[in-house]
Each structure stands twice: as structure tokens, then as C-alpha cells.
Design a protein around this ligand. Sequence first.
Ligand SMILES: NC(=O)c1ccc[n+]([C@@H]2O[C@H](COP(=O)([O-])OP(=O)(O)OC[C@H]3O[C@@H](n4cnc5c(N)ncnc54)[C@H](O)[C@@H]3O)[C@@H](O)[C@H]2O)c1
Length: 338
Amino acid sequence: MKILVTGGCGFIGSNFIRSILYNNPNCEITNIDKLTYAGNKENMKDIEIKNKDRYKFIEGDICNKRLMDELVKDSDKIFHFAAESHVDVSINNPFVFTNTNVTGTHVLLESAREENYRRKSNGKKDIVFIHISTDEVYGSIKEGSFTEESCFKPNSPYSASKAAADHLARAYHKTYGLPVIITRSSNNFGPYQYPEKVMPLFITNLIEGKKVPVYGKGNNIRDWIYVIDNCEAIEFISRKGEIGEAYNIGGGNEKSNMEMTKRLLKAMNKDDSSIEFVQDRLGHDFRYSLDCNKIKALGWKPRFDFDMALKETIDWYTSNKNWWKPLKQVLVRKGQIK
Ligand SMILES: NC(=O)c1ccc[n+]([C@@H]2O[C@H](COP(=O)([O-])OP(=O)(O)OC[C@H]3O[C@@H](n4cnc5c(N)ncnc54)[C@H](O)[C@@H]3O)[C@@H](O)[C@H]2O)c1
């Protein structure tokens, strides 16, 4: 099986490649990544060395149609992770989000559609397109949970661009019959997450003896999923999911930011004096919540307990200071963090 992964040098993509190479000895992976500030070749260094015959890296932009045509031609399945992914960055610099998340996804869908058209006349099997979307497309919900049929009400330029991409993926299935499956997961955490995001920022701040900046009063609620669980769910859906369908993937760990912060402080032997309240994010969604009965009915459930996954994550950042220290220095220089 030949797999094309986009954005495989980012957080979830790199964990996904690791997981799929380990669990599927017969697959070959091509990873195409633009290496934006969030993409890091170091994330894949060990994989590159250990899997010379099964792993190939191409530096490139998903908006480059000629390159996408070439890569898609040689693939059985596409896992499309590449995106601009940080809400705060989307508030200050929204156009890059439309470019990569909407146009880039469109380019990739079009390359896959054209290739499947050629394959039909040669009697070859269609490429399957797994589109990685997000729970943020649904917007915020005060009570209850979003199902896959809930309507989209994205509130940030990031989630609006992801919603557009999600719609395009669905439309390419409905209009052209492209075999598309969409996943919408909740907030991931785990190894290799860029330290601009809340969980690695807080863990590394606490390791450095700094305070953790909590938005507003810390009342906003998120569902947390360990990245390994999400990667396994995505692979599972690519085999067991129905073509043309979307699947929510949640960890079943809904927590207010304050609750998540307190768990982290406890796990790292710190107290409330390490908390610093900062001005809330513009248009900050109050609560995300996913109904995951559809994927559960297929037989998937998360393997990791929240506290166990949190401990593994803290251990990873504690043992991999060489990975995150230079990244944080850049963020400090840019004035994005203290
Ligand atoms: N992190 C989460 O909690 C979460 C939750 C739900 C969904 N998602 C989705 O999962 C996917 C991966 O998220 P992540 O957290 O790993 O993001 P990330 O920012 O860590 O990684 C994104 C990767 O995409 C690459 N990239 C960006 N623009 C590109 C382009 N034009 N061409 C090629 N590569 C490009 C970057 O270099 C980077 O390696 C995204 O689509 C995101 O919307 C993330």
C-alpha cells in the first residue's frame, strides 16, 4: 500500500507516520511538507534513518498543482493533514489560512479527481482521500454535543478555512464520486506539538520555572484526545469508515482550561502561584463537544486514560528539551510568547 501524507513534519502528521509505519509493515509512505515554522524535519529524523526503503520526504507546497499531480499518481491513499493550524496566528494573519487550508486542499482534491478519472479507463483502483478536518468547524456549543450532521458555524479564520476545506472534500465526493472520508477530531496533545499550542507551552513553561498564561478566567471548555489515539482512529476510519461519510473523533475528556491547567500543575508538583491570567482571545469559542457514537459503533474507542497520556506527554517534553528549546527561543524573539 502506497500512502501519501501531507503535513507529515507537523505534530499530528509526524505521530501518524510513526504509528502507521509501526503497525503496517507493508506500507510505503511519501511525506510532502512545506516546512513552515510549524513543520520540523527533526520530527522525522529517526524514521528517515530506520525506514530508508519505506519512507520518503518531499519538501513542497500542497498549492503546487504539478507537484501534487506527480505525487498523487503514485498513491493508493492520501491522508491530508497539511494546514495552517494555530487560531491565534489566523487572527493576525488570516490570508495564509485561506491559501493553504482552502486552496491547497482544493488543489489536492483536484489532483486526486483527475488521477481517478485516468485510473477508471485503465481499470485501476481509485485513490481514497482521507481529509483531516477539526471539531472547530461546528463552532461553540453551550449544552449537548455536535454530531456529524450538526451545521457548521466556525468562528475564527482558522476554523472558517477548515470548514471551507471540509465542504470542498464532501463536494468532491458528491459531485465527482471521489472516495473521500472526513475526520473531525477534538484538541490533540502529545509529543512533537509545536510549543505555541497551549499544552506544550504550559508544560515547557513549568519545566522552565515560568508561569502559565490562562486566557480570561479559564472557563472555556475543550475535549482532549491523546495524539496516538487520534492517529489510530484516523487509520481505523480509513479501513472501516464508509466512503462519503464524516466521523467525529473525541477523547471523552471535556475539561475547562482551568481544570486542565490544575491537572497539569498537580502532575508537575506545582501550585496555583504558577498561573497568570491573560486577556482572552478574540472570538474565543466557549465550548467544543463531540458526539462520537458513529465511530464507536464501528468498534473504536480511545486507548489512553487522560492522566496517563498527560504523564507520558510531560515525560516526553522533560526528556526532549533539545527539541523544544530552540523553537521556544524563536517564539520569544517574535514576541509570540514571554
Ligand atoms: N492539533 C489539533 O489539536 C487538531 C485538532 C483537530 C484537527 N487538526 C487538524 O489536523 C491537521 C494537523 O494539525 P497539526 O496540529 O499537526 O498542525 P501542525 O501545524 O503541527 O502541522 C501542520 C503541517 O503542515 C505543513 N504545512 C503547512 N502549510 C503547508 C503547505 N502549504 N504545503 C505543505 N505543507 C504545509 C507544516 O509545515 C506542518 O508540518 C490540520 O489539518 C489541523 O487542522 C488538528
